[in-house]
Write a protein that binds this ligand. Structure first.
Ligand SMILES: [Zn+2]
Length: 313
């Protein structure tokens, strides 16, 4: 099997202040754990290109794109200027480039997987994407990387049906907004509720299987949701490709959420997604990093996820 990891140094240059949990060290922690676990050398390493505007514009309005591009602070000597898009989403001098690399990774991985060059891929990218609304950035997210890649797969490659699996602790409101009512796309997720961004608990279309769960929900309860709700919907949809919004902030050591998942749960969920992909989608999976803020738990969880993607576990 060939599994690639896409990333780019620009994704570490975007930062929002030393206090901010969505920090460049997250990507370093992933890199370090992949090396320590000795699976780094078994992965194909690819540089993320910058996304084309046409790809981003399939999901986001011109205004939303311009608001990021035009407010990026100038690169000054101190490198300390920030522009706030909301209370916890900031731009620094590198944020525009990082956002293009993040979306570009997802699109390039999609191209390579559909071309059959790769079995699957993980994009170690930031900023994350699943909170970015079509009309505005929010919640640490500038552009919806997974949504952009999913639209690219359908509009450019002509796929008829895709699925998006989101296992971040937070509701992927941006992805839901981009595809609510679009019968080509099935989105399945669980998310802590009530919790940021305080959405997702209502009915948002038959193609949305987004399951709210209370704080302190653990892996065995999540596995029941995956088996009872996600898998039947995924098999009925028969996706030709599966995208994963891979957030690891439902880990029990992560302080941004209050859920109780561990590495083995991420491995198990990844195995279930792999089985669906093998049955319906020629194994095609593109997974993109979303949240995950405890650096050690994040690194270990990505290792567990990637071991399964690479057929090593
Ligand atoms: Zn999250």
């Amino acid at each position: 099997m060939t599994t690639a990891i896409y990333t780019h140094p620009d994704c570490k240059r975007h930062e929002m202040g030393s206090w901010h949990p969505e920090c460049p060290e997250r990507l370093q922690a992933i890199e370090d754990q992949l090396i320590a676990s000795r699976i780094d050398m078994l992965l194909e390493h690819r540089d993320a290109p910058e996304a084309d505007m046409a790809d981003i514009a399939r999901v986001h309005t011109e205004d939303a794109i311009a608001r990021v591009r035009e407010n990026v602070p100038a690169l000054d000597e101190s490198h300390s200027g920030y522009y706030p898009l909301d209370a916890d989403t900031m731009l620094n001098a590198y944020s525009w480039k990082a956002a293009l690399r993040a979306a570009g990774a997802a699109v390039a991985a999609t191209d390579a997987v559909i071309a059959g060059e790769l079995d699957n891929a993980f994009c170690a990218i930031r900023p994350p994407g699943h909170h970015a609304r079509p009309s505005e950035a929010m919640g640490f997210c500038l552009f919806g990387n997974v949504a952009i890649a999913a639209k690219h797969a359908m509009e450019v490659h002509g796929l008829q049906r895709v699925a998006i699996v989101d296992f971040d602790v937070h509701h992927g409101n941006g992805t839901e907004e981009a595809f609510s009512g679009d019968s080509r796309v099935l989105m399945v997720s669980f998310f802590q509720h009530p919790f940021y961004p305080y959405s997702g608990a209502g009915h948002h279309g038959d193609n949305m299987v987004n399951i709210p769960v209370p704080a302190f929900t653990k892996g065995d309860e999540i596995r029941e949701i995956v088996t009872g709700k996600w898998l039947p919907a995924l098999h009925a949809h028969r996706p030709e490709m599966i995208f994963i919004s891979a957030g690891f902030d439902a880990h029990r050591e992560d302080d941004l959420g209050q859920m109780g998942l561990v590495e083995e749960d991420y491995a198990w969920i990844t195995q279930q997604i792999m089985m669906v992909a093998k049955e319906h989608a020629k194994g095609r999976i593109v997974s993109c990093l979303e949240g995950g803020y405890n650096l050690s738990a994040l690194g270990r969880s990505v290792v567990a996820h990637m071991k399964v993607l690479a057929g090593l576990d």
